[in-house]
Design a protein around this ligand. Sequence first.
Ligand SMILES: [Zn+2]
Length: 482
Amino acid sequence: MDTYIIPSVRIIYLFTTIALLMAPAALAEGLPDLGDYAQTVLTPLQEQRLGEEAMRDIRTSNDLIDDIEITDYISALGYRLASNSPDNRQLFTFFVLSDPSINAFALPGGFVGIHTGLIQNTRSESELASVMSHEIGHVVQRHMARMMAQQKQDRIPSLAMMAASLLLALGSPQLGQGALISTEAGLVQRSLSFSRENEQEADRVGMQILDKAGFDTRAMPAFFETLLKNERFDGDAPAFLRTHPLSTERITDMRNRAEQSPYRQVPDSIEFSLVRAKLRAIQGTPNDTVRYFEDGLHEKKFSNEVAQRYGLVVALLRAHHLEQAQQELDKVREMTPRHPMLESLQANILIAQNKNQQALGLYSDALKLFPKNRGLIYGNAETLLSLNRSQEALVFLEKGQQEYPDDDHLYVLQSQAYTQQHKNLLRHRAQGEAYYRAYDLPGAIEQMELAVNAGDGDFYQHSIVEARLKQLRQQLEDTKTK
Ligand SMILES: [Zn+2]
């Protein structure tokens, strides 16, 4: 198990700072319910901004998994859980970080990060859902804002420093490096850890979510017990336990609560198994990974044969053994109904063989069956662009943007299509919209400025870009003053 240690100088100092910084603004925006003092510390809008700032750091790090199939799986699971939470006004964004440690964390604003180590070290989908439900529990109970209220600090750091320190505290030290340099000396030494009461509350809410969403509630005490045992046997706590202190008492409580609902066996979804196989298949050297999956198949050491074979095909494709990859994929496709992840893999084998025209046919066929699948949408647009069919790509991307208005990658692809058409204003405008959706407001403004000065575009396009630029500048101003 890969873990890290936060040296005592690496500090989390920010919480009351935020309290001091935010309280007047919160009051100015209207007095909240007196019973809910978390509201007096950080308004949902301020939480959102802090979360977005942290997301900007995450987006620019190498740790964010930008594989849409993996992200979409975790998001679908997360939304399914969140829609069963007691607070359905809270917006959530789920993302995956490439990190072997067992960890998950929630930033202010409902941004929930899941480490690949967690996905790979759970024994069932219900176990993974248990940890995510617990995090959702912290978010909907607004524990972060309450914790901020309890800190004492008289310095006021910038939003960027707060965000970086927060990442450091929550278990992604490599993401918080920026904060270290600027905060070495003179700040409160305080590591971030939820209180026992907060933990119990997150367990209780998490358990309700798990139950309502149809998962096996017994998976929660089972997984937390595994975590606790690992801690005891290795003397090395999983990252998750540093921020979420765990006790046998909590596990007993969870078990008692789980036993109140009738036993149900909940099979893992095929996506859970495929995503885990994919995560394994993109690790290590290609040839070692091929051997890993082949050995597993020979020794029948797998929980799901389709997923095991799928992993082998991904590994073979990485190793560029294309003929064998195709043969193995043919076997998988005979074993199971059509699935968008298998369709995308087939298209990727064709593309690796330079059969882009054929891949395009496959995408449009698969999109008829799975019109909303983003892996297929990206793949279809990218293949159109590879064939210089930019006009078709633009029409197709516009439909995708209607379905997924917050998706930055669709705007990146749109920008590439305009680049092929030598349309500079539109290229920069699309790139600006992509940055905006990646929480990079300064980057978005810079692109809109480039668009204004691009020297092409008609009157109508200029008015749109100028209006948007004005709006984005105003938004940046608001971020600084509020
Ligand atoms: Zn917790």
